[in-house]
Write a protein that binds this ligand. Structure first.
Ligand code: MLT
Length: 325
């Protein structure tokens, strides 16, 4: 009895010593950061900017890997099951919270499968359409959509995506269901919107700003209280007569549950530095957003945000009667 206890204690000491040694050398090889949507979309854009800055700070490349599908839950599930060694991370957004209610069978337990690194940014959304879409303003769009609801097509990145959430809010606001065209990300959806293969969508300014400015798509409103500085001519939904159509897409970085606290601390410190990197700050501003504050780029802030957002959106989703199996 005594011998086995001593052996167990020794094993524990060795393991924790090994853990600390691992953390001290971390990172000793490239890190993978999973984007749970296709390349070229808003989540991908945010991730590549932050990953580059964090990689420079940590002295190891952060390789961005796109794992799209099921509104972001496939990519999140991949990270939930990854080794807890700090070499597989997830950058995801509000979909982490909405999917907890939308999906009846998630491949992970949202509040128990991840450790938290910190919040990254909160991105406004824009209601945008193909450049030759007939409606001239939001009022005209609502009338047109109601009259042509069986013809009009709305693009999103699958149930659980930010574009899905925004579309669900819009449909419940105008009390009109829409024909939805799902993609693995709004990167490919944007290609079809610019190509006039789909009529309209709600997407983040990190993906729509350049297309709006170049005239390749048209924008009706932003889903923000104030106008977006980089899109000063686009009215808010409230200004355009649709009060309450507001949603911000917050993003956070996660690691598999059980990752060593020393490694999480290193990642959080690196994220906070990356969010002050002038290139990141400028690119975010050009794309209509800004980095989270140092106080928000922390594990506690991300955990609190995720928990409160699950509680906030659950009744809205249930009232809309939307879910996925
Ligand atoms: C979303 O709608 O959740 C995102 O736009 C998906 C993406 O980043 O492609």
């Amino acid at each position: 009895m005594l011998k086995s206890f001593a052996a167990a204690a020794a094993a524990l000491i060795v393991a924790s010593g090994f853990g600390q040694a691992q953390a001290q050398d971390y990172p000793s090889r490239p890190i993978t950061m999973i984007v749970p949507f296709s390349a070229g979309g808003p989540t991908d854009t945010v991730t590549r900017l932050v990953a580059e800055a964090m990689g420079k700070d940590l002295g190891q490349q952060i390789v961005v890997e796109n794992v799209g599908g099921a509104g972001g839950t496939l990519g999140a599930g991949r990270v939930a099951k990854a080794d807890k060694d700090g070499y597989t991370l997830l950058l995801h957004h509000i979909g982490m919270a909405t999917s907890a209610t939308l999906y009846r069978k998630l491949p992970y337990d949202t509040l128990n499968a991840f450790d938290y690194v910190g919040l990254v940014t909160d991105v406004p959304m824009t209601l945008v359409a193909r450049s030759d879409f007939e409606p001239k303003d939001l009022k005209g769009l609502i009338e047109y959509v109601k009259t042509n609801k069986d013809k009009v097509t709305y693009a999103n990145a699958g149930v659980g995506a930010a574009s899905h959430l925004c579309g669900m809010l819009f449909m419940s606001k105008i009390e009109t269901p829409l024909t939805t065209v799902p993609y693995k990300g709004t990167g490919p959806a944007m290609t079809d919107l610019v190509g006039k293969q789909v009529d309209f969508m709600c997407d983040q300014t990190t993906n729509t700003t350049n297309q709006i400015k170049s005239g390749k798509i048209k924008a009706y409103v932003t889903t923000t209280k104030q106008r977006v500085a980089s899109l000063p001519d686009i009215p808010t939904a409230e200004e355009a007569g649709l009060p309450g159509f507001e949603v911000g897409i917050w993003h956070g970085i996660y690691a598999p549950k059980g990752t060593s606290p020393e490694i999480i601390k290193k990642l959080t410190a690196s994220l906070q530095k990356a969010l002050k990197d002038p290139t990141v700050v400028q690119r975010f501003a050009d794309l209509g957003t800004q980095p989270s504050s140092e106080a928000d780029a922390t594990p506690d802030a991300l955990k609190a945000k995720l928990t409160s957002e699950i509680d906030r959106w659950a009744p809205v989703i249930k009232a809309a009667g939307v879910y996925a199996d």
